[in-house]
Design a protein. Structure first.
Length: 99
């Protein structure tokens, strides 16, 4: 039995079908050097190792940029002094009455 592994190269049409980016964005990433490509004859392939490295860079950047929410009602809100506000029961609203 042969174990299925991820291919080292993936054609551009297959990559565009599998991944969430459009054609223009993929070509921008190639031009910027974020994705490595090789040619076999006239066909262009993306090196999957460069794609995995790109995803790891995205993960590292997004984890370092994560900050608490400025919204006091959000769970990730950190109040003045770096401490979250005390937990409170739901706010009671006053009923509007006609005058």
């Amino acid at each position: 039995m042969v174990a299925m592994t991820e291919p080292n190269l993936i054609s551009l049409p297959d990559f565009l079908e599998r991944e969430p980016w459009g054609r223009t964005k993929v070509y921008e990433m190639i031009e910027a050097g974020e994705l490595e490509t090789v040619y076999q004859g006239k066909r262009r392939y993306i090196v999957t190792a460069s794609y995995r490295a790109y995803i790891e860079r995205l993960r590292a950047e997004s984890n370092s940029k994560r900050q608490p929410s400025p919204n006091p009602r959000a769970r990730s809100y950190v109040g003045p002094g770096g401490h979250p506000p005390p937990a409170t029961a739901g706010r009671k609203r006053r009923r509007r009455t006609a005058r």
